[in-house]
Design a protein around this ligand. Structure first.
Ligand SMILES: C[S@@+](CC[C@H](N)C(=O)[O-])C[C@H]1O[C@@H](n2cnc3c(N)ncnc32)[C@H](O)[C@@H]1O
Length: 268
C-alpha cells in the first residue's frame, strides 16, 4: 500500500493484460521461470499450457486464494489490532500473509527480526508468534503514535515488553544504525518507493541464510501490467528483477494478498 493510504479494492486481473503484457517478459530470466507472470504450470504435462494459464486466473482460482488467505484464523488480539489499523487508514497484512510470515519466522528459527512499517502491530504479532520464545522484534516506523498502538497490541496478545524494540524514525535513517549480519529475517512493509534501498540494507543486516520479505509487490496488480508506468510500479519491477536475478538470493514471489516477495540470502 501507499503508506497511510486507505484500503484498496480487491485486485482484479484482465486475461489479455496478464497473458500478453507482462513487464517481466523479455528480461533475463532463469531457465526454470515462466516467461509470463500469472502463467500456470501443468504438473502432469511438465509445461505451461494455454488452459493452465487461463485456469490460473479464473474465478475459481480467486476463490482458492480467498480460502487460503482465511485458512489460519486470527485471535481476538489480532482482530483488535487489525480494526485499529483500518481506523487509522492503514492496510495491515492479510491473515494469509500474516500466517506466511509466522511460518517463515518459525521455519527459520528466527531470534532477531527487523520490521519496517510497524503500523498498529498486526504483522508484528504474527512475526512474534513464529519467532523463538526468546526472540526480539526490532520494529521501525516513522509514526510514533502508531508504534504506541502496536505496543498495546503486543501486550494485548500476551507478549512481554522485552520481546519488542520500537525505533521511531524513517527507515533509511534507522537501518544503517542496526548491526551487520545480526538478523534472521527482515520484513519490509514501509514505503514501497524505498524498497530497493531496503534490499541493500537487508543484504548487510542479514546473516547468511537469513530471509528478506517485501509486502505489496503487486501494487494491486499495477506491477503486473506494463500499461502502468507510475514510479512506484517501475521501482517495484526493478526490485523484483533485482531479487530474482541476484546470485546471492534464492527467491520466491508468493501470491498471498498483494504479493509477498521473499528471498533467502545465501551469503557472499
Ligand atoms: C502498511 S503500514 C504497516 C502495516 C503493518 N506492517 C501491519 O501489517 O500491521 C505502513 C507503515 O509504514 C510506515 N512508514 C511509511 N514510510 C516509512 C518510512 N520511510 N520509514 C519508516 N516507516 C514508514 C507508516 O507510518 C505505516 O505505519
Amino acid at each position: 500500500m501507499t503508506p497511510g493510504g486507505s484500503t484498496p479494492a480487491r485486485r482484479t486481473f484482465s486475461v489479455p493484460t496478464l497473458l500478453t503484457r507482462s513487464p517481466l517478459t523479455g528480461f533475463p530470466a532463469r531457465g526454470h521461470l515462466p516467461a509470463v507472470a500469472g502463467g500456470g504450470y501443468s504438473r502432469r504435462a511438465g509445461r505451461n499450457t494455454d488452459a493452465d494459464r487461463e485456469r490460473a486466473i479464473t474465478g475459481n482460482r480467486q476463490a482458492s486464494w480467498a480460502f487460503a488467505d482465511a485458512f489460519v484464523s486470527e485471535d481476538d488480539a489480532l482482530i483488535r489490532a487489525r480494526r485499529r489499523a483500518h481506523e487509522a487508514g492503514l492496510r495491515p497484512v492479510s491473515p494469509g500473509t500474516g500466517a506466511t510470515l509466522r511460518l517463515l519466522a518459525a521455519a527459520s528459527g528466527a531470534k532477531a527480526v527487523v520490521e519496517i512499517g510497524t503500523g498498529t502491530g498486526v504483522s508484528g504479532i504474527h512475526l512474534l508468534l513464529g519467532m523463538r520464545p526468546d526472540g526480539v522484534l526490532t520494529t521501525v516506523d516513522s509514526e510514533p503514535d502508531r508504534q504506541q498502538l502496536a505496543r498495546e497490541a503486543y501486550r494485548d496478545a500476551g507478549f512481554a515488553a522485552n520481546r519488542a524494540r520500537f525505533i521511531p524514525g524513517r527507515a533509511l535513517e534507522v537501518l544503517p544504525r542496526l548491526a551487520d549480519g545480526g538478523y534472521d529475517l527482515v520484513f519490509c512493509d514501509g514505503d514501497r518507493m524505498e524498497y530497493l534501498e531496503y534490499l541493500g540494507e537487508s543484504l548487510r543486516l542479514l546473516r547468511p541464510g537469513g530471509l528478506v520479505c517485501f509486502e505489496g509487490t503487486f501494487a494491486q496488480g499495477r506491477t503486473l501490467d506494463a500499461a502502468h508506468q507510475d514510479t512506484e510500479a517501475i521501482r517495484l519491477r526493478e526490485l523484483m528483477r533485482a531479487v530474482r536475478d541476484s546470485p546471492v538470493f534464492t527467491p520466491v514471489l508468493l501470491p498471498t494478498d498483494d504479493g509477498l516477495l521473499c528471498a533467502v540470502h545465501r551469503g557472499p
